[in-house]
Write a protein that binds this ligand. Structure first.
Ligand code: ZN
Length: 244
């Protein structure tokens, strides 16, 4: 029975110290830490865009489970062929609170295949995603970040915003979970990180990404248009992460 009095006296001493310093008791602190990953007050430094390309893969349910458990929302840039093979996984992404974007039908290098093939790659994916999700995607990511004036014109004809990235996790090149987390920790407010929905290390990294973002006062946001020129992926684009 020594625990309670001791604890009470520590609390009393702490209160006295706070009072002595003339500080108001931090009434919001408890709420703040309780909603560490979710509360808007933890987003004091803004939003970042988490993106996962090339899905939906068969491991998408595991990725979605990890994201939900960590209180993270992300943008999934799906391929039309994968969406057609697994329409239920596209719907699962939306149900899990994710945003779904267009990543072409077969993942070609768009400037390399020319027209009308490049336009058809994007347009057919738009039809498939709209059909399976009953939502029209507004975001587009060219495979490999390979774009051109013609590709941008194709995207804008379909009312799609081209989204590149400001940070490359290099998960596609075999980065370790540590390296993926380290990449995420370099995100600046508004920044967008490239990840993929298939590497096992990426799924492992998700809870740790949630922690580094929370520690920096950043939250996962949705991606929107900005008139500013954003540099990344060897190009300039007009997308930024904002409050969902
Ligand atoms: Zn890709």
């Amino acid at each position: 029975m020594t625990k309670k009095p001791l604890r009470t006296s520590i609390l009393a001493a702490a209160s006295a110290a706070v009072a002595a310093l003339g500080l108001a008791a931090p009434a919001v602190a408890a709420t703040d830490s309780h909603h560490h990953h979710h509360g808007s007050s933890s987003c004091r430094n803004g939003y970042v865009g988490l993106t996962f390309d090339d899905g939906p893969s068969t491991t998408a349910p595991q990725l979605l489970k990890a994201l939900r458990a960590s209180g993270l929302r992300a943008t999934m840039f799906n391929q039309g062929n994968n969406a057609l093979a697994h329409p239920e996984l596209v719907r699962a992404e939306l149900w899990a609170g994710m945003w779904v974007g267009n990543h072409t039908f077969t993942h070609p290098n768009l400037p390399g295949i020319g027209e009308p093939q490049a336009f058809q790659e994007i347009a057919s994916t738009q039809w498939v995603l709209t059909d399976v999700s009953h939502r029209v995607p507004t975001l587009f990511r060219p495979p490999f970040g390979a774009t051109s004036e013609q590709v941008r014109a194709d995207a804008s004809r379909l009312h799609l915003l081209e989204v590149l990235w400001t940070v490359d996790s290099r998960d596609w090149a075999g980065a370790s979970a540590d390296e993926i987390v380290a990449a995420a920790s370099t995100l600046k407010p508004g920044g967008i990180i490239l990840m993929h929905d298939w590497p096992p290390n990426t799924i492992t990294a998700v809870p740790r990404i949630a922690k580094v973002l929370a520690d920096k006062g950043l939250c996962a946001g949705r991606i929107a248009y900005t008139p500013n020129n954003v540099s990344g992926a060897g190009s300039t684009f007009h997308a930024v992460a904002v409050r969902p």
